[in-house]
Design a protein around this ligand. Sequence first.
Ligand SMILES: O=C(O)CCC(=O)C(=O)O
Ligand SMILES: [Fe+2]
Length: 299
Amino acid sequence: MDARCLEHLLTEDERLCFERDGYFTVENALPQSLVDSLIPTVDRVDKAERARMDMGADARINHFDFIGKDDSFLELLDWHTTFPKVWDLLNWHIQLYHTHMTVSPPEAECKTLAEDGLGLGWHQDSGRLNNDFETSPRPRVSLKIAYFLTDTREEGRGNFYVLPGSHHPDHFVRAQHIDLNNAQALFGVKPRDIPGNLALETQPGDLVIFNHDLYHASFGGSTRRRMFTMNLTRPCSTPDDVEMLRQYVSVHSPGGYSVDTGAGMYFPTMLSTAGPERMRHLRQCADLHDELFPQFAQK
Ligand SMILES: O=C(O)CCC(=O)C(=O)O
Ligand SMILES: [Fe+2]
């Protein structure tokens, strides 16, 4: 273990925010020098993938299973300022099951930010799991961490929006099954103006850790925002837990999205460069993925 982890354990304030609001921010989780070195990689992969998928320069794009497309992102899995916080929330033996790089480019000239923002409506993550586990409270199986590589300190930069507290089963949105994306018809306001929501303002290198049940969204993309997210689960040991992980990985994984990484759950580099310490956080999902999707299994 990197001994510096011990200086970045979860604080009581962070635990409280996570329980009460469903998220918290860690400022300067990554040093600027690291962020600066990651951006060219994002842009190189983004450019190549856009061309491959025939997507325009102004399209918002989610690069699935981004980690491992370049060695430089691998260390973010067990990065010393973030990893210990996830231990404390889930357990030390976390498993990585999904990564995204979201690139929100400036909007096309003929569109306005207010009317045609490159939006992603209100949602909770991992929908299928949520349907299967509509209990109160839901088990805390997984969480998401989002590294912001570009500046969203002003609204209108493709900010990450949250509705604090909406991860609680008794929050009115969940209790009354309200579709926030239908806010105009229901309440006469645009979805981005739902009372109580917050546009998070983050600087490059900041991190947001959030509960999958939290309602979140993204509106507007007036700068080229790059955000890297990782979905992490707790270790699964009991038969019920393993079954839950199986359901998760069967949907939220490269195989679940029909992506052939060449090595199953992770890209080959991810597995070939991992020492025993990092491999502990990869093995369970990797094995399960190979079992579920033999056609994409690690060769
Ligand atoms: O792009 C955003 O800000 C939101 C992305 C999102 O919904 C997610 O990472 O789960
Ligand atoms: Fe999401």
